[in-house]
Design a protein around this ligand. Structure first.
Ligand code: GLV
Ligand code: MN
Ligand code: MN
Ligand code: MN
Length: 400
């Protein structure tokens, strides 16, 4: 097989006819179908499959035991996401194992292929939920109480999928078995395209926080309510989005985004009573994210007050700056023939796991540089180069 053929097997799963691209959210039918594909892919390679208590999938080459070299990524997507963010890492991991098996090579340590639950946080709001639960960064109670946009709790979603809620939570014994985690991922920018190279390694991930802003106003009739004196949260939220952009622009490398807004009740002829808007801030240090948040919220408070509305701000997640393990990253770059090292603004399970074990990432060139959108791309030949590179890395790391 090839990576391309592996991705073709899932190319019909979770297409979003409205947004374009793919919407594959935790434990919804498309994501469940991808889990079946993971099991089938593992079975074809005679790998034993296991689902841990946090819904993360593991395919084992060799018996689980100390010194595991783990690789993989995630299968979920953002709403209307691309075909590669997540699945490329999982498909490349299966392909790398297939290549190594075909050579007749056998690992001296166990190799695991993982697919972590809810990396994007698209359904329950917490990015890297499965990896964080595994590591004990979020309590089972907090996770189980999370609610999706349809009012379904994570606990209910878990039960509906036939999974055991009592198994959710930290799995330190499993983490202790892991020696190294390597995540292959499509690049989410143009760095490699500009350099004319197929692969890179990751040096760092920007610090990242997400907050939910709730702006409450007064619902009323669009025709009968005079303009002066309205308390319209949509107007306040619009000013808030501009404030987010303006504060981020003050810092050359910072990012500030409002990508999701929910208007209540969302009627054309209704002045809204409430707007929920999600704020995503990223920067090159944790302190910079916090400082940017403070300036942004101060400005938003003024916008909200000017419209006679009320603001509530709640943190949904915070992911500190990640500096990947340098010796490991240099070793992998060497195996890949001197691949460059690039920093990224995108979050990854490898970033969460890097707090507990040496972790690294391999990026595959993306000719459009687009990600989290249907225009995300990777050339077929680069995907195969990536899988061969990952195979070489596994051979190096798991060979002794
Ligand atoms: C996840 O991919 C993120 O960076 O938001
Ligand atoms: Mn993503
Ligand atoms: Mn991803
Ligand atoms: Mn991500």
């Amino acid at each position: 097989m090839s990576v391309l053929e592996r991705l073709e097997e899932i190319s019909g799963i979770g297409r979003d006819p409205v947004r374009g691209g793919y919407s594959r959210h935790l434990l919804e039918p498309a994501e469940l179908a991808l889990r079946d594909w993971f099991r089938r892919s593992a079975r074809e390679l005679e790998l034993a499959v296991e689902v841990d208590g946090n819904g993360n999938l593991w395919a084992w080459w060799g018996d689980p035991g100390p010194g595991v070299i783990a690789t993989g990524s995630h299968l979920d997507s953002v709403p209307g996401g691309g075909a590669y963010d997540g699945p490329l890492g999982v498909a490349s991991s299966f392909e790398a194992v297939a290549l190594l098996r075909a050579e007749g090579w056998r690992p001296a340590r166990p190799i695991a292929i993982c697919a972590f639950s809810e990396e994007e946080g698209s359904r329950f709001g917490m990015p890297c939920l499965g990896a964080r639960l595994l590591a004990g960064e979020i309590t089972p109670e907090a996770a189980l109480a999370r609610v999706d946009s349809g009012g379904v709790t994570l606990a209910d979603a878990w039960r509906q999928a036939g999974m055991d809620v009592s198994r959710i939570g930290p799995d330190r014994d499993r983490v202790a078995l892991l020696d190294t985690f390597v995540e292959l991922h499509v690049e989410q920018g143009l760095d490699l395209e500009e350099r004319g190279l197929p692969l890179a390694v990751a040096s760092a991930i920007m610090a990242h926080g997400r907050w939910r802003l709730t702006i409450s106003g007064e619902g009323n009739h669009a025709g009968t309510t005079p303009m002066p004196g309205r308390r319209d949260p949509v107007v306040a939220a619009s000013a808030a989005a501009l404030a987010v952009r303006d504060v981020a622009l003050e810092h050359p490398t910072a990012r500030g985004t409002v990508g999701r807004i929910a208007v209540t009740p969302n009627g054309t002829n209704v002045i809204a009573s409430r707007v929920d808007a999600w704020l995503d801030i990223r920067a090159h240090s944790d302190a910079q994210v916090r400082a940017q948040l403070d300036s942004t919220v101060a400005l938003i408070r003024k916008c909200v007050a000017a419209e006679g509305c009320v603001l509530d701000v709640r943190e949904e997640s915070f992911s500190p700056l990640v500096a990947f393990d340098q010796p490991l990253t240099e070793r992998i770059a060497g195996v890949l023939g001197g691949a460059p090292s690039i920093a990224t603004g995108a979050g990854h399970d490898a970033g969460v796991l890097s707090a507990y074990l040496p972790a690294a990432m391999i990026f595959v060139r993306n000719p459009t540089g687009v990600s989290h959108a249907p225009g995300e791309t990777a050339r077929d030949e680069d995907c195969e180069v990536g899988a061969r590179g990952l195979a070489a890395v596994l051979r190096d790391l798991a060979g002794k």
